[in-house]
Each structure stands twice: as C-alpha cells, then as structure tokens.
Design a protein around this ligand. Structure first.
Ligand code: CA
Ligand code: CA
Length: 192
C-alpha cells in the first residue's frame, strides 16, 4: 500500500511537470510570421490581420521587425527567433494586437509574455493587457540595455469566464516614445 501511494505521488509530480509544458493556446506568440524583409520591418494597420492576431485600438499601426534591423543607432533584438513586435509602430498610438482563444469556462489560465524596453528611446515601456476587453494588467519595463532592447518577463493568471477568451496587448507608452517590444506570448491552463 505504501509503495502504491508513493507511485501515485510520483505520477502526480510527473503530470504537473508535463502540464507546465503544455502547448500554448496562443498561436504565433513569437511573431515569427508573416516573415518580414531581413534587416527591415513591416507595418500592420489597425483592423489588419497579423497571422492569427488582429491589430486593434486607435487608428495607427504596429511593426513586425527583423532582428537585423537597425534604426537611429538602435537595435531591435527579439527575445527569441528572428522577429519581434513593436507595439508603437510608426504612429505611437494606443494600438495593439489581440487574439481569440478557445477556453474552458471556470478554468484558470496563465498568460506569460516578454516586453522590451529601449531605454535610450523613451526610458520605459508599458503594455496594457486586456482579457475580454477589460484591463487586467499594466506591465511596465524600466530595464536598461542602452541602445538595444532589454527584456522582462511578465505573468498574468486569470479565470476564463466563457468558452472563448480574447487576449489583447496594447501600447500604453506616451506618444513621444517610439519603442515597445512584445515577444514570446504563451497561454496555458494553470496546473493548480
Ligand atoms: Ca520572436
Ligand atoms: Ca518604450
């Protein structure tokens, strides 16, 4: 009996560990598609699809930037992969991206995402996160990597109210700030 209980405990632990590696419900959370020109970027206007994402908010745009792009002496190193999303785009408006995911009502989910701050271009970066249109978090990154992007990880846990959940990431930087990076967005069921 004792050995059976011990086996059950080990099985539960293995389940918990594999649970944290569940496939993300967010598609293209690294903004690796659509592929934009090397050493350049591509703008996506409000209302446009960006892969599985949709650009939303005030009239304006966001930019998908290739890792080799440099502008004004700044580098736009992604957190991972070859591309990164810049929420300020060229318009620096309250504009962002959202994605609708299938969820289980009452289930708890963990959303993680990395934001970047280009310290010498604005000083800070704030991303406003909305769940089903309601502000759930304002994530501000003050990290300093000079002329490059300094990355910081954020985490938000919430309970899904319905069988579909819309997750939105908005640029909440002031209009004189021209950099607000987002990369590696994931969403998985909470394991507790
Ligand atoms: Ca990426
Ligand atoms: Ca910024």
């Amino acid at each position: 009996m004792l050995s059976t209980c011990r086996f059950a405990a080990v099985a539960a632990l293995v389940s918990a560990v594999t649970g944290t590696q569940a496939q993300s419900l967010i598609v293209n959370g690294g903004f690796e598609t659509p592929v934009v020109p090397v050493a350049s970027y591509q703008l996506f206007a409000t209302g446009s699809p960006l892969g599985k994402w949709t650009v939303v908010g005030q009239a304006g745009d966001v930019a998908v930037i290739n890792s080799q792009f440099t502008g004004g002496g700044f580098t736009y190193n992604p957190k991972a992969g070859e591309q990164v999303l810049d929420l300020t785009g060229t318009t620096r408006t309250f504009t962002g991206v959202q994605q609708r995911v299938i969820t289980t009502p009452g289930q708890s989910y963990v959303l993680t995402f990395w934001t970047s701050n280009l310290y010498n271009n604005g000083g800070s970066s704030t991303v406003e996160v909305l769940v089903n249109g309601v502000t759930a978090m304002r994530a501000t990154n003050f990290s300093n990597a000079g002329l490059g992007q300094a990355w910081k990880l954020f985490r938000l846990q919430f309970t899904a109210p319905s069988d579909q959940t819309v997750v939105t990431f908005m640029n909440a930087d002031p209009s004189n700030d021209d950099a607000n990076g987002l990369d590696e967005v994931t969403m998985v069921p909470a394991t507790n």
